[in-house]
Design a protein around this ligand. Structure first.
Ligand code: GAR
Length: 199
């Protein structure tokens, strides 16, 4: 059974979907802890499922590196096999990435390498994109630059608002993330091999 840490900043709908998936009898992974950088509303999904959670706030540390070390220490306590950033709206420091990557993945609401960063849905609309989507990728040292594992395309509707489009992206994102985690857990997807091929 693959042990997952999930990192969030917001509502945690991806976390909720992942927790629900792991309750299926044959699902080969379990969420053993949930971490956040703030008092994220999504932590309620962890509490409801009796999954331990922790909040590690960047403002409580002198440097980003110190924050990353504290976050890593909290995860280490849970003997985790894979760290899933699912709506964590922070760039993870190099020390953290060095410790966990390639067993460190992120889900991003755009078709990377298009529209990296914190405003992917807004940026796609502003660019007049007719399609966008979601990418699950390994986190490397860059910002949304790591090897792509899975993508799903979402067509942009005429005059669509950012929140509407983001919600439609999330409807594709949740099953894509679950499928990616399942593939990693059952050995179909070899993160070390993908990372090695990327370098
Ligand atoms: C997701 O769409 C995720 O891809 C995005 O935040 C949302 C979190 O939703 N992440 C980023 O934009 C990271 N750059 P959720 O809290 O409902 O799972």
């Amino acid at each position: 059974m693959l042990k997952l840490a999930v990192l969030i900043s917001g509502g945690g709908s991806n976390l909720k979907a992942l927790i629900e998936a792991t309750k299926e009898p044959d699902f080969p992974a379990e969420v053993v802890c949930v971490g956040a950088d703030t008092a994220a509303p999504g932590l309620a999904h962890a509490a409801a499922a009796q999954i331990p959670s922790f909040v590690v706030r960047p403002a409580d540390f002198a440097t980003r590196a110190d924050w990353g070390e504290a976050l890593a220490a909290a995860i280490r306590d849970h003997d985790v096999d894979l760290v899933v950033s699912a709506g964590l709206m922070r760039i993870l420091p190099a020390g953290f990435v060095g410790e966990f990557s390639p067993r460190l993945i992120n889900t991003h609401p755009a078709l990377l390498p298009l529209f990296p960063g914190a405003h992917a849905v807004r940026d796609a609309l502003a660019a007049g994109a007719t399609e966008t989507g979601v990418t699950v990728h390994i986190i490397d040292e860059g910002v949304d630059t790591g090897p792509v594992l899975r993508q799903a395309v979402v067509a942009v509707r005429e005059g669509e608002a950012e929140d509407e489009l983001h919600e439609r992206i999330k409807q594709e994102e949740r099953p894509l993330l679950i499928d990616t985690v399942r593939a990693i857990a059952d050995g179909t997807l070899d993160l070390a091999a993908v990372a090695a091929a990327h370098h």
